[in-house]
Design a protein around this ligand. Structure first.
Ligand SMILES: *Cc1c(COP(=O)(O)O)cnc(C)c1O
Length: 394
């Protein structure tokens, strides 16, 4: 099928919830994707911050292939070897005590919300507990995750959402304090806001939240689904701040394309929240997903992926700052590591993305006016140079 045929067939049968770009991919390799006509695209989107290792990484591909022919699924009624490997490695990397595997990011958030409510319920057996979330946040599309997503446009048609959610302003500690009361059971934030427009948490804000949570026995939930797994030059973004969450959510890059997420709990939370009967999943943490996680973590270590990001990010930032200085339609840059946003002014960001696509570069947006750069973590100086060259030309 050529691009036009693929596009028409998809539009005929797939529910129209996405305005897709007019391109159809059939193959990927490293930093590049190829469309149905064989045109090559430099990938600075990574399937929305998923492909940390680039497309078709040979070691990853081999491991997953082998697992498919060995054991894909058992249910959670049994132990399996891949669950042992993945849980041990992920908990260690995240410096957390216990893991629950899910199939997506939004499910990880659902689990985090349930764990927080259970923790509070065990203390006073009341059903009035509240969670404080941030304006401009994004935590997913299922009802619980949507309820803590501070975006009216996403929420409005789907009300009533789950109750007991209050919103505060990101990076404004006083606004959070104003929402805290005796019923507060958790505060949830993205360590670096992604969809909202690439806003890293201020160190004082994050440390302040930790302090409030410690003082009042409130759980701090850090959503590292997008900013985690090496993207900021640390394995998890919160490690850069020296702040530990009570619950952490991860997804996107941990499976590098095999659908998997997880929520992780520290010891205190794990021992005082969910028990058998409280939560479950048929697929979550199946041998295929766990093999992906375990292999991704092995490759991260072997190929020093996090070190590479930390080492290369200053070059990316320098190049983007130069670009922002030279090009009239970019008014600023913000971000951390390989999670960067360019603020686009004076022209629609969609126009820039379409022009880049024409020239064989994949970039995406965040918020209303931000060009988001979340490349595979294997991106190096030549790809960064090419990125800037193409953006200059659009
Ligand atoms: C993508 C994302 C989610 C939702 O993950 P899905 O796998 O799409 O359900 C949640 N939180 C953040 C920060 C995200 O970037």
């Amino acid at each position: 099928m050529n691009t036009e045929q693929i596009k028409q067939t998809v539009e005929e049968h797939v529910l129209h919830t996405y305005n897709r770009f007019p391109v159809a991919f059939v193959r990927g390799e490293g930093m590049y994707l190829y469309d149905a006509e064989g045109k090559q695209y430099l990938d600075f989107a990574a399937g929305i911050a998923v492909h940390a290792l680039g497309h078709a990484h040979p070691v990853f591909t081999e491991a997953v292939k082998k697992q498919v022919g060995t054991l894909i699924h058992t249910s959670n009624l049994y132990y399996h070897d891949q669950l042992a490997a993945a849980s041990e490695k992920l908990a260690k990397a995240a410096e957390m005590d216990k893991v629950f595997f899910t199939n997506s990011g939004t499910e990880a958030i659902e689990g985090a919300i349930k764990a927080a409510r259970k923790y509070a319920w065990l203390k006073d057996k009341k059903n009035d507990h509240e969670i404080i979330a941030m304006h401009n946040s994004f935590h997913g599309r299922s009802m619980g995750a949507l309820s803590v997503t501070g975006n009216d446009h996403y929420q409005e048609p789907f009300r009533p959402l789950i109750g007991g959610i209050r919103f505060a302003d990101f990076n404004d500690l006083e606004s959070v304090k104003a929402q805290v009361n005796d019923r507060t059971c958790a505060i949830i934030i993205e360590t670096v806001q992604g969809e909202g427009g690439i806003y890293p948490a201020d160190p004082d804000f994050l440390k302040g939240l930790r302090q409030i949570c410690d003082e009042k026995d409130i759980l701090l939930i850090l959503d590292e689904i997008q900013c985690g797994m090496g993207r900021t030059g640390y394995m998890f973004a919160c490690q850069k701040y020296g702040v530990k969450p009570d619950i952490m959510t991860v997804a996107k890059a941990i499976g590098c394309g095999i659908p998997v997420g997880a929520f992780l709990l520290n010891k205190k939370t794990a021992e005082n929240s969910l028990v058998p009967g409280d939560h479950g999943t048929t697929y979550g943490g199946n041998p295929l997903a766990c093999c992906a996680v375990s292999t991704v973590l092995d490759i991260f270590e072997k190929e020093k992926i996090v070190e590479h990001v930390a080492e290369t990010a200053p070059y990316l930032e320098k190049k983007l700052d130069e670009l922002a200085g030279d090009v009239s339609w970019i008014s600023g840059r913000r971000g951390a590591g390989f999670m960067q946003g360019l603020v686009v002014t004076g022209r629609p960001v969609g126009e820039v993305i379409n022009a880049a696509l024409e020239k064989g570069l994949l970039v995406i947006s965040a918020g209303s006016d931000v060009l988001r750069l979340v490349p595979p973590l294997i991106a190096d100086r030549p790809e960064i140079d090419k990125l800037c060259e193409i953006l200059r030309a659009v």
